[in-house]
Design a protein around this ligand. Structure first.
Ligand SMILES: Cc1cc2nc3c(=O)[nH]c(=O)nc-3n(C[C@H](O)[C@H](O)[C@H](O)COP(=O)(O)OP(=O)(O)OC[C@H]3O[C@@H](n4cnc5c(N)ncnc54)[C@H](O)[C@@H]3O)c2cc1C
Ligand code: SF4
Length: 692
């Protein structure tokens, strides 16, 4: 086994948005030896009395392009685009390397689960009873390479479902119930949402945001504008809004007025002049520790950040509509943009220079941590298997000494718990698992259930243009009904029937094989059908459920001999009832808009449930959440509100796995906000470490 001797201050596992944000913010700060404090490098001037923070990132994906220099990043990314063009099934993972050595969950691998036998066709070993229907990708930059980029904030009540709606969940191994409130409130997270929106580059119009909440928009957002102006809503959105404006739908819980809202999104539009200058995220010392602030003292105007290889490419969204799985020009944010800011810093001549204190070691799959019970249960080593190439499966066993380092797991909500569960240690002859004194590691796996409804609008609305979704119906995101069934958000999709019915290919097949059409007639019918296709999308909140979990089992290993995630996953009546209510809402909206309903849920659908005698099918949203929840007490959570594990003084675990509940927001903006906040605690720990 080789051991990396070159000691680092910080080890980060994963280069997705969570890992990259931490790398970027830490590398923006240095240790002022004279003051004994961490300071932003903008305030360090030319002082000789500073110490840089040395950072090593491990990445499971391939090395190609990870240095993010112009040539190699453009070559690698263009290879992704070419692969995407060639692939028949244009699913989220289709452009990216499918690695034997670091496999990714893939929706194409999902099968019906016939209990008691698991579905083990893909990377995940799924015991069910329902399949977990979402994927992620293990490449440099992580899953934001194929995210859609929708960035709503969570609502204040999402943070306090127990307090507000009396919701509790079973305590593992006990007859008692546990609360599901977050250890932080929306108010506390609000400044960090602004930082995340700055870093991602969010386009939107605060004044047009409307939610079913007690607070007024001005209270919810404060005196604030998004960095960039709103991405225009599609023509289809306008036609739907025209037909639904001022109306409501009737659910079991009562009448709900419809609010159609332009969605904030992490894709470039026109910088908003009211946002003013560009900003920096800067740590200010407090009596104890640090507070991050969004500092506006920079002189330059805010600019949209283009592709990682050419700042003049991707400065504006071009409406190509392939955001999932890939934005050809990188107008959509991906984490490589943040990673590049960690890897390259401006020198005295204002040129970008490679930061020598940041190292990324790719093709390195972290699989275990060692813990030293004689040193406060600190993480003493990180173990990994480093493979030589895409083709070969032989690997070198490596480990790095972390007894004087801070370790940050940022490998996503499947991989973080997997690494923890694979890290055993013994205290007084009792075997323990890393960070798991609460028995919560791997539990409470959540996703949004995406129930789709689709139909033909009475006139052409011209889908298949613009970003995947530009508007959402926000009416069902909160309300007293949450005591009884899930809240949901309803994006209107600009993708025709692509997702549920494989359009437009399936329409061509249908008209040729079923209607016997060809030539002019075929073209006419295709134009007629495709231009009228509408798709509604109901993202249903799933509650934390300790039985929904990621575990490991020695029987199921990947080619490097590393455990694969073993998944147990079920739905409860709370979510199924919401599907029933959402379909009811869809029926009412379709009727009002004269949409001819083509929605069909069949027994062949892989995720299908029968509720009150009716079938409902759903997809995953890609929102893998909850498996290392944060909390206010060590006995029922894995980390505190700063993502620091309760059990190990030098271990942080970051990402959507920290989310206590899911709410109705796509999770990445929220995970970015609390990941940014965690840097305050990491800087305080680093101060102590560097003073030594
Ligand atoms: C199709 C799709 C659409 C989505 N759309 C949206 C959206 O519109 N809005 C939204 O908010 N969210 C969306 N999401 C979710 C979003 O992509 C994720 O929440 C986010 O990318 C998670 O970031 P992360 O950094 O925690 O994890 P990831 O981005 O998954 O990054 C993890 C990193 O760790 C690396 N890694 C993994 N295992 C190891 C290991 N053992 N050793 C070393 N490195 C490892 C990976 O290669 C990767 O670089 C979508 C997801 C999907 C799948
Ligand atoms: S619509 Fe096109 S240009 Fe715009 S973000 Fe999506 S893929 Fe990129």
């Amino acid at each position: 086994m080789s051991q990396t001797t070159n000691k680092k201050d910080v080890i980060i596992v994963g280069t997705g948005i969570a890992g990259s944000l931490i790398a970027k913010l830490l590398s923006d700060h240095v240790f002022d030896v004279t003051k004994g404090k961490m300071i932003h490098r903008a305030d360090a001037g030319k002082s000789d009395h500073i110490k840089e923070i040395s950072i090593l990132m491990y990445e499971a994906g391939l090395e190609a392009g990870i240095e993010l220099d112009s040539v190699s990043s453009m070559t690698t990314y263009n290879e992704y685009i070419r692969t995407f063009y060639r692939e028949e099934a244009k699913v989220p993972n289709s452009p990216y390397p499918n690695l034997k050595q670091a496999p990714s969950p893939n929706v194409l691998d999902m099968e019906h689960i016939i209990q008691p036998y698991p579905d083990k066709k893909g990377y995940l070993v799924q015991f069910g009873p329902m399949p977990f229907a979402s994927d992620a990708i293990r490449v440099g930059g992580g899953t934001t390479l194929h995210w859609l980029g929708t960035t709503p904030r969570m609502l204040p009540n999402d943070f306090k479902l127990t307090e507000k709606y009396g919701i509790t969940i079973p305590k593992p191994g006990s007859a008692e119930q546990a609360p599901v409130n977050w250890p932080i409130s929306y108010e506390e997270l609000r400044p960090y949402y602004e930082m995340a929106e700055f870093e991602i580059g969010v386009s939107g119009d605060v004044s047009r945001q409307e939610y079913p909440i007690d607070e007024k928009t001005e209270e919810y957002y404060g005196n604030y504008v998004f960095p960039m102006e709103e991405i225009p809503q599609s023509y289809m959105d306008h036609k739907i809004i025209e037909g639904l404006k001022g109306t409501s739908v009737k659910l079991n819980s009562g009448e709900i007025p419809l609010m159609m809202v332009p969605s904030p999104q992490g894709r470039n539009s026109i910088p908003n002049p009211k946002y003013g200058k560009t900003k920096i995220i800067k740590a200010e010392p407090k009596d104890s520790g640090y507070q991050l602030v969004l500092d506006s003292s920079e002189k330059e105007e805010y600019k949209a950040l283009g592709s990682v290889w050419n700042p003049y490419m991707g400065e504006r969204c071009e409406g190509n509509a392939s955001c999932v799985p890939i934005c050809p020009v990188q107008a959509k944010y991906n984490a490589l943009k943040t990673l590049k800011k960690a890897l390259y810093k401006l020198n005295d001549n204002e040129n970008l220079k490679r930061n020598p204190y940041m190292q990324i070691q790719a093709q390195s799959v972290v699989y275990r941590l060692s813990i030293d019970p004689n040193d406060k249960d600190k993480i003493s080593r990180v173990h990994l298997r480093r493979y030589a190439s895409k083709e070969k499966t032989d690997f070198v066993e490596e480990s790095v000494d972390t007894s004087d380092a801070i370790v940050i797991l940022a490998a996503n909500a499947f991989e973080n718990p997997k690494i923890l569960l694979n890290s055993k240690y013994t205290v007084n002859n009792v075997e323990k698992t890393a960070a798991n004194s609460s028995d919560q590691v791997g539990r409470n796996l959540m996703d949004h259930m995406v129930m789709l409804t689709w139909g033909l609008f009475p006139e052409p609305v011209y889908p298949y243009r613009g970003p995947g979704s530009t508007t959402n119906i926000s009416s069902f995101r909160d309300g007293n009904f949450r005591g009884e069934f899930s809240a949901w958000i309803s994006p209107l999709d600009n993708w025709g029937w692509g997702w549920p019915a494989f359009s437009p290919g399936s329409d061509v097949t249908y008209f040729i094989t079923e209607e016997n059409l060809f030539g002019t007639e075929l073209r006419k019918e295709l134009i007629n059908r495709l231009s009228k296709q509408v798709l509604f999308h109901f993202e249903i909140e799933q509650l934390p459920n300790p039985n929904n979990r990621v575990t490991i089992n020695d029987q199921y290993l990947d080619v490097l001999g590393i455990p694969r995630p073993v998944i147990h996953y079920e739905l409860t009546e709370y979510e199924m009832k919401a599907m029933e209510q959402a379909k009811d809402a869809s029926d009412q909206m379709f009727e009002r808009l004269n949409i001819k309903d083509f929605t069909k849920y069949t027994a062949e659908d892989k995720n299908s449930v029968i509720y009150n005698g009716k079938r409902y099918s759903y997809n995953g949203a890609g929102h893998i959440v909850g498996t290392h929840r944060m909390g206010s007490k060590a006995e029922d959570s894995v980390t505190n509100s700063y993502c620091k594990t309760w059990d190990h003084p030098n271990l942080y675990v970051v990402g959507a796995g920290n989310m206590t509940t899911l709410g109705t927001s796509n999770p990445t903006l929220t995970l970015s906000a609390f990941t940014i906040r965690s840097v305050e605690s990491i800087l305080a720990d680093l101060e102590i470490q560097l003073k030594k």
